[in-house]
Every structure is written in structure tokens, then in C-alpha cells.
Write a protein that binds this ligand. Sequence first.
Ligand code: NAD
Length: 267
Amino acid sequence: VIHVAILGATGRMGRALLSGVFAHPQLQLSGAVTRPDDPELGLDPGGLVAAPATGFQVTADLAAGIRGAEVVIDFSRPAATLALLELAQARGVGVVIGTTGFSAEERARIREHARSLAICQAANFSIGVNVCLELTALAARLLGPDYDAEILEMHHRHKVDAPSGTALALGEAVAGAREQTLAEAAVYAREGLTGARPERAIGFATLRGGDVVGDHTVLFAGPGERVEITHRVSDRTNFAQGALRAAVWLRQGRTPGLYGMREVLAG
Ligand code: NAD
């Protein structure tokens, strides 16, 4: 069996991961970590998802929580992810990063850690979104820059970062196919007298509300027609299954490096 710890265990994704680990034949939970002011601190992780008791508690002590783990799965916040990578460094564990909302500097630090750790990071662990990333790159390449690319996303009211990591990844797919960089092409917001749309811009629109798990549309608007590539998630277990698959994949003798869901799906 592979021993797995979860960082962000009490969250929306953390609970989906706990259920997934308890049901998985190859995985065993070795630790569950949360933030120090979490009211659910000290509870048995089994109890969080109506599963049998594990005999240990949800902890805010990261070092203790990842002790004995071969892989740590992280769906928390950027500051917690970076604290995890520092500790993982000394222990040589594999790390699956699902957290989003990293700054450019934080992303650079993740790449730095990946020189000595095997890390699998994806803004979206669903299989369907990874297919949409490929379709988006293909459409951008075939349609060319005369088709204006706009990316629309909607998430539940509790989401704290915008645009979503997945929307940014879709933007990267368009930019890559057109040999642009997202940094130079992206228009993240529009208000007031914006002027006409810059040529070759990649526009974003962010919607927040209700309990939407995650919807994304990439829209290519050309002369007299529009192409739309849409993905909708109705259940978080879909992300959790992808992250668990990545955890098992990381334990199959991966050398240090920064991997993505594409490599995991390729086997
Ligand atoms: P949430 O707010 O429900 O849960 C966050 C969890 O992290 C909680 O357990 C919280 O206590 C813990 N946490 C927060 N700050 C912490 C800290 N400093 N130290 C330790 N623990 C801390 O959030 P969520 O909806 O579960 O999403 C978590 C993250 O995963 C977000 O960044 C979200 O965008 C991302 N996400 C990624 C995917 C994907 O497929 N990659 C899918 C869904 C969500």
C-alpha cells in the first residue's frame, strides 16, 4: 500500500479526497492536515466523511501530519503548499498539488523544488478538462489569430482566486498554439471606456455564485461564426479521482521533476 497524507483535509476537496482514499485498494491515509484555527482540528478524519475511525486526529502540525507519508496530496492555499514543499524536501516524499492561485514568484519556487522532488501539479485534475486543453490548442492553431479567443469561467461563491487556475491553463493553451505568451495577451477585466479589443488579445470573464463546482468555456469568435469548447463539472469526486491517480503514478519510480496530468494520463 501507499501511505498518503492530505493537506487541506477538511475542505471541500479534502473531504472528497478522504472518501476517495478510504475506498481505494492501494492507498492508506497516514495523516490529515488543516490550518491552526480550523474548528474541525482534532477530529478523526474518518468521522469527517462518515467513514470508520482512523485512530488519529486532523492536525495543524504539518511536520507531524506528513510523517510516514510517501505521497502528500495538497488542496489548500498557496502559503500552505510552499510550507509543505520545504518540509517534503527533507523527506523525499512525492507531492500532488491541486491548490491554485499561485503568484509568478510562487510558481518559480515550485519549479525550484521540483529539481529535487517529484511533483505532479494540475490546475484541474479532471480527465475531461485535460481533453479540453488539447482541443483548445488544436482549435486555436486551426482557426488562427483572426478568431478572437475569450475564456469564461464560473465557480461557487466561496472560491477565493480569479480567474480559476483552469481558465489560466486554457489561456496558456491558446497562447502556446499562437506563439504568444499569456502575460502579453491576457485581458483579465474590462470596465468603462476600454477602447476596441486589442488584436490577438485573450480575454477572460469570471462569474461567481451558488454551488457551481466549475464551468469553463473557451470561445473563438470569427467572421460570421463562433466555436465554443465547454466543460462542466457536477461532482468533486471527479477531481479527487484524478488526484489519487496522480498519487499512485508518482510512486511508480518517478525521478524529481514537475509533472502534469498529461503525463499521468499517458501512463
Ligand atoms: P476549501 O476552502 O474548502 O478548503 C481549503 C482547505 O485548506 C481547508 O481544509 C483549510 O483548513 C485548509 N487550509 C487553508 N489554509 C491553510 C494553511 N495555511 N495551512 C493548512 N491548511 C490550510 O477549498 P477547496 O474548495 O477545497 O479548494 C482548495 C484548493 O484547491 C483551492 O486552491 C482550489 O482552487 C483548488 N482546487 C483545485 C482543483 C484541481 O483539480 N486542481 C479542483 C478543485 C479545487
